[in-house]
Design a protein around this ligand. Structure first.
Ligand code: NDP
Length: 276
C-alpha cells in the first residue's frame, strides 16, 4: 500500500516551475479576489501567496467585505483584465451566498482565468480543444501519472460533480481513456457503484463519508475533501480504515491539496505561454 506524498511531488513540480519562470523575460502576477472572511478561504489564499512567492510569481490580494455590492467586484475584475502586469486572476470560491458566482466568474477575461472556470475555457476543455483545466483536476491526473497508475480502460468512479472539481476531473480522466462514472448526491446505491472502481475519486465535502465498505480491494483512492472536525483536518474518506484495502491512497492533509496549489502555479505559467 502506498500513501501518496503530496508535499514531495509538489516541491519537485514547484522547483521545475521556478526554473521555467527564471527563463522568462517577463514578470508574472496573480491577482486573487477574496470576498468575506471564510477561515478556510483565508488559509488557502495564504498558501497560494506563499507558493507564488516561492517560485517568483508576484501576488496581489484584493479583499471585499461580504456586504459589498456585486458590481464593485465586477468593476474591479474589469480593471484587472485591462492591467498588463496582472497575468492571472483567481476568484476565491465559495463566495458568500448573496452573490451571483457565475456572473462574476464570467467577467474574468478567459486569457487570465487561471482556474479555467469561464464558459469559454471550460467549454474548450469539455470539447477537447484544450487541456487547460481547473487546478485540482489537473493535480489528480498528475498524481496518477507520477505513480504510474494507468488510466486507459480502467473503471473510474468520481463522486461529486462540481464545476471546480468533479466535472473537470471526469473530463480529464475520459480524455485519458478511462471509463468514468460520475456520481452525486442523488445517486442511488452509491456503494454498489464505488465498489467496482479501480480508481475512486471523492470530492463531496462530507468528512470520512467513504468507509472501507465503499472501496474495492487494491483500488486507488484519491481523496479531494478538506473538512475540519474537532479542530482537525480530514478528508471525505475514512483514511485509517480504507488505507489497508488500497493500492494507493492520498492523505488529507498533504495529498491533493498540495497538488492543487502546484497546478495553480503551472496554470499561471500556461496562461502566459498561451498568450505568447
Ligand atoms: P461542492 O459542494 O461544490 O460539490 C459537492 C459535490 O458532492 C456535489 O456534486 C454533490 O452532489 C456531491 N455530494 C454531496 N454529498 C454527497 C453524497 N452524500 N453522496 C454523493 N455525492 C454527494 O464541493 P466542491 O466540489 O467544491 O468540493 C468538494 C470537497 O473538496 C470539499 O471538501 C472541498 O473543501 C474540497 N476541495 C479540495 C480541494 C483540494 O485542493 N484538495 C480543492 C477544492 C475543493 P449534488 O451536485 O447532487 O449536490
Amino acid at each position: 500500500m502506498i500513501i501518496f506524498n503530496g508535499k514531495a511531488l509538489a516541491i519537485e513540480i514547484k522547483s521545475q516551475i521556478a526554473e521555467e519562470i527564471k527563463k522568462l523575460n517577463k514578470k508574472l502576477k496573480l491577482a486573487v479576489i477574496l470576498v468575506g472572511q471564510n477561515p478556510a478561504s483565508e488559509l488557502y489564499v495564504r498558501n497560494k501567496e506563499k507558493s507564488c512567492k516561492d517560485v517568483g510569481i508576484d501576488f496581489e490580494l484584493i479583499r471585499f467585505s461580504e456586504n459589498c455590492k456585486q458590481n464593485e467586484i465586477i468593476k474591479k475584475i474589469k480593471e484587472l483584465n485591462k492591467k498588463s502586469e496582472i497575468t492571472a486572476i483567481l476568484l476565491q470560491l465559495p463566495l458568500p451566498i448573496n452573490f451571483n458566482e457565475r456572473e462574476i466568474i464570467e467577467t474574468i477575461s478567459p486569457d487570465k482565468d487561471v482556474d479555467c472556470l469561464t464558459q469559454t475555457n471550460f467549454g474548450r476543455l469539455a470539447l477537447g480543444i484544450s487541456d487547460f483545466a481547473p487546478c485540482t483536476a489537473t493535480g489528480i491526473i498528475e498524481i496518477l501519472k507520477a505513480n504510474k497508475i494507468a488510466m486507459q480502460g480502467k473503471r473510474v468512479v468520481v463522486v461529486g460533480r462540481s464545476a471546480l472539481v468533479g466535472l473537470p476531473t471526469q473530463l480529464l480522466l475520459t480524455k485519458n481513456n478511462a471509463t468514468v462514472t460520475l456520481c452525486h448526491s442523488k445517486t442511488q446505491k452509491l456503494k454498489k457503484i464505488t465498489k467496482k472502481a479501480d480508481i475512486l475519486v471523492v470530492a463531496i465535502g462530507k468528512p470520512k463519508y467513504i468507509t472501507k465498505k465503499y472501496v474495492k480491494k487494491h483500488a486507488v483512492v484519491i481523496d479531494v475533501g478538506i473538512n475540519k472536525v474537532d479542530g482537525k483536518i480530514c478528508g471525505d474518506v475514512d483514511f485509517s480504515s480504507v488505507k489497508k484495502k488500497t493500492h494507493l491512497i492520498t492523505p488529507v492533509p498533504n495529498g491533493v491539496g498540495q497538488m492543487t496549489v502546484a497546478m495553480l502555479l503551472k496554470n499561471i505559467l500556461l496562461l502566459n505561454l498561451k498568450k505568447s
